[in-house]
Design a protein around this ligand. Structure first.
Ligand code: ZN
Length: 207
């Protein structure tokens, strides 16, 4: 525990818990804690209630695997979006990042990870069964592979291109605006939007 001499335990506990969050050091945690203490109790209870119910209120879309409050995510629920173009990503947060660009009108598919033999992540551990079904349904015309620009992300893209090479689905890869080793969540929305816009058709010869 970080030591702030003279700090009562309830406050010290809050500081400790907040400083476990990314980007928040002990000093920021103390500032946030004192700020919460200075707010009306009702307001703080509201925040506590949101925190307490977060896990129960959130789940994953049964169709694409994105974050969802109900059975389907807000993207799958929008009738005006184009279900024939599906962008395949590794993590639910990638969908949030791509949606910030507001330029993509297709749907998504979240794998919940990437192939990684070292970590024991094979195709069975990833959300492929649902993607197989979506491809088999014949609705999808293009799969845009937006896996990360890491060695495992590239291997996953290759795997997907090969997996669906005998189907009628066109496969493309987001453009190399994405830096080597890049996780999607660290890119700004303009870089992401451009990478998506300038996607390149997957060469069958490289599969
Ligand atoms: Zn969905």
């Amino acid at each position: 525990m970080h030591h702030f001499p003279g700090m009562p335990l309830p406050l010290a506990q809050l500081v400790e818990q907040l400083s476990g969050l990314p980007g928040i050091g002990p000093k920021t945690a103390m500032r946030l804690s004192l700020n919460l203490l200075s707010k009306p109790e009702e307001e703080v209870k509201q925040l506590a209630g949101t925190l307490a119910g977060l896990h129960q209120a959130m789940g994953f879309c049964s169709r694409c695997g994105s974050f969802a409050e109900h059975q389907h995510c807000t993207v799958c629920d929008q009738v005006r979006r184009d279900g024939s173009v599906v962008c395949v990503v590794e993590h639910p947060v990638d969908v949030l990042m791509l949606e910030r660009g507001q330029g993509f009108s297709g749907h998504y598919h979240v794998l919940h990870g990437r192939l990684s033999p070292v970590d024991g992540m094979g195709a069975e551990q990833l959300n492929f069964a649902a993607l197989d079904k979506r491809v088999e349904s014949g609705v999808i015309q293009e799969l845009i592979l937006a896996t990360s620009a890491t060695v495992d992300g590239e291997a996953t893209a290759h795997f997907i291109a090969r997996r669906y090479s005998t189907s009628d689905v066109k496969v493309s890869r987001i453009a190399r605006g994405v830096p080597e080793g890049g996780e999607l969540e660290y890119l700004d929305e303009y870089t992401l939007a451009r990478a998506l816009d300038q996607r390149v058709l997957w060469e069958q010869t490289s599969v």
